[in-house]
Design a protein around this ligand. Sequence first.
Ligand code: ADP
Ligand code: MG
Length: 375
Amino acid sequence: MRTLDDLDVESKRVLVRVDFNVPLDEDRNIIDDARIRAALPTLEELRSRGARLLLAAHLGRPKDREPELSLRPTAERLSELLGEDVRLARDLDEVPDGDVVMLENIRYEKGETKNDPELAERYAALADAYVNDAFGAAHRAHASTEAVARLLPSAAGRLLEREVSTLRGILDDPARPLVAVVGGAKVTDKIGVLEAFLERADAILIGGAMCFPFFAAQGHGVGDSLCEEAGIEPARKLAGQEKIQLPEDLVAGREFKADTERRELDGVDVPDGWMGLDVGAATAERYAGVIAEAGTVFWNGPMGAFELEPFAAGTRRVAEAIAAAPGTTVVGGGDSAAALAQFGLADEVDHLSTGGGASLELVEGKSLPGVEVLQ
Ligand code: ADP
Ligand code: MG
């Protein structure tokens, strides 16, 4: 993959695709600016090498040019972080001059998500070179991530470079034992990841609602637990594998609510009228022990409904074990990152991926269009 080392940027106008798809509150204040900060190394390097920047990013899924999805809040935040004026272009035909200029939400453009070559030509006409640093969008072939890269001298930014080398490194040459911790809501979302790790990992620790299709396949009662029907057959095929470890105890609630009645279950049979909402203490302790011995840990998907305090303990214990692990630790997935942040552990892992879907696809061994085009 071509990197910033391969690109001549001095005195050039460089179009930089960044991932500024940040969460906003009702008043359009940025709740978490991690994605903006993650782009700073690339932007600062380009500035120091004499480039003028034209940034392209998307926010949400606009159907029209909804003003609520304007990139203005991110332009303002970036301006503070860079200590430079960031001007926002109203549209592609009215791009102001300036050292740092940002295009409006590129999903306002009809052809963006269709990878429209004509739109890509319009982007390319605005710049002399192209850098993609938007790892979170690299699994999509869009005009600003794929087609435009073919039209200009192009390279990956430092964030994209680090994401790809770290996540590919897990597959290609991990320090062993390689332990995958996989949780979250749905097996079907993560079947590809499980299969990839079945070939390469030494242990796979399953948690979250993911475990219920496994238990259903084994004939256990799952009560009212979130148990994805379509996940039961794939889980049945995986359940016999020695590498796959399942919970031995659970914490259940009556409803998906923090103030619901709560009950610790000694096994994994969930009675009718109850739902499994967390792994139990014995499971969390066992998983923590496996994590402590790992050479590499990849974590995707919470161990339970960590948003609800009474059901956060299993995810917290596993997160703490990952934070304390001597091995290399890599975390992917929006909710897993949110859980780490909630426990104050976000800075305690070696790599916290900025891409949800993109990180899973990379770990599955798929090639990402936005990366492929830079090769
Ligand atoms: P990530 O974003 O890290 O990839 P997912 O989106 O796959 O993770 O899963 C996160 C969601 O899974 C959380 O909202 C969490 O509440 C939910 N979840 C985890 N365990 C359970 C469970 N036992 N029952 C219901 N929901 C669960
Ligand atoms: Mg999620």
